[in-house]
Design a protein around this ligand. Structure first.
Ligand code: C2E
Ligand code: MG
Ligand code: MG
Ligand code: MG
Length: 286
């Protein structure tokens, strides 16, 4: 293939990494088409409180059903960010998430719905105003739509992000810090954030049973977050033993394949209903 010179030496040309490659431009126009024609979907993954053992919320995750070969969420979001589509995409996600809240409420499930926000959204001047207006016209969902931002995304433009997050907080929008522990944020910055929830990154949870150092980091993070007034969610929990360990560590909530994989809303509601009608398991058999 064609080698190109970079500052660090020679690199091979990879069309997938070139924002202006024809393949990429085609993908972007396909994505634009999918967004405008309502062909994207949100799938939902539940979050459980470890004290009450109840499902307390769901996280909405973007999907592109039927697209072959599949374009994964991370890749889809990167494409949307590079092409300016992230602005309409996030607005679509928010509206879908509020509609999902209505469907959940009708099914008797008053769950919070969390959505993911891109760093680009935090740089949109009118973003807080858009969210405020949306919450005014959907006031029954006030305080129940949680916005997740990653610590890394805020560090790209700390001052501006802080200003945006403060005005969202002022408008009563709950914020969560996503993927905590995967980036390089400063603790002095984190402690100023108007967040209610910190989600510990899956990379720190995966080997919790076998890696003592991860256990120390997670326990210390949980204690620190509690001292700063944040609720803590462990991401990517895949087995019961890890749940027990997190419970001992006083973690507030968990999310992960152990509860459910992300799935269409109707399927998730079906699963939650089926679990609900199960006879309770005697405590000594849990
Ligand atoms: P995230 O917000 O940290 O979401 C958690 C990711 O971990 C999801 O991947 C989820 O499917 C996956 N996951 C959850 N539990 C487990 C587990 O037990 N094991 C394993 N191996 N994985 C688990 P997904 O859906 O591929 O999304 C990846 C990322 O893409 C998200 O990470 C988020 O940063 C971004 N994203 C997804 N949807 C949206 C969206 O609507 N807007 C924006 N801006 N970003 C989104
Ligand atoms: Mg998230
Ligand atoms: Mg995360
Ligand atoms: Mg992530």
């Amino acid at each position: 293939e064609s080698a190109i010179a970079t500052e660090k030496g020679l690199a091979y040309y990879d069309p997938a990494r070139d924002p202006y490659s024809p393949e990429r431009l085609t993908l972007v126009s396909e994505l634009r088409h999918a967004l405008h024609n309502n062909e994207l979907a949100l799938w939902y993954q539940p979050k459980r409180c470890l004290k009450s053992n109840e499902i307390v919320g769901v996280e909405a995750l973007i999907r592109w059903p039927g697209r072959q070969p599949a374009v994964h969420a991370d890749q889809l979001i990167a494409l949307a960010e590079q092409s300016g589509l992230i602005r309409p995409l996030t607005r679509w996600v928010m509206e879908q998430a509020l509609a999902a809240r209505n469907v959940l409420l009708e099914a008797g499930l008053d769950l919070t719905v969390s959505i993911n926000i891109s760093p680009n959204n935090l740089r949109e001047r009118d973003f807080p105003l858009f969210v405020q207006r949306l919450m005014t016209s959907h006031h029954r969902h006030r305080g129940r739509l949680i916005l997740e931002v990653t610590e890394t995304s805020m560090m790209q433009d700390p001052a501006n992000s802080m200003r945006t997050l403060r005005s969202l907080d002022y408008a009563g929008i709950p914020l969560a810090i996503d993927d905590f522990g995967s980036g390089y944020s400063s603790l002095s910055y984190i402690k100023q954030l108007p967040a209610c929830e910190v989600k510990i990154d899956r990379s720190l949870i995966t080997d919790l049973l076998t890696h003592t150092d991860d256990r120390i980091i997670v326990k210390t993070t949980i204690d620190m977050c509690h001292n700063l007034g944040y609720q803590v969610v462990a991401e990517g929990v895949e087995d019961e033993e890890t749940i027990e360990l997190l419970r001992e560590m006083d973690c507030d909530m968990i999310q992960g394949y152990v509860l459910a994989k992300p799935q269409p809303l109707a399927d998730l509601i079906g699963q939650l209903r089926a679990q609900d009608s199960q006879p309770p398991v005697p405590l000594n058999l849990r």
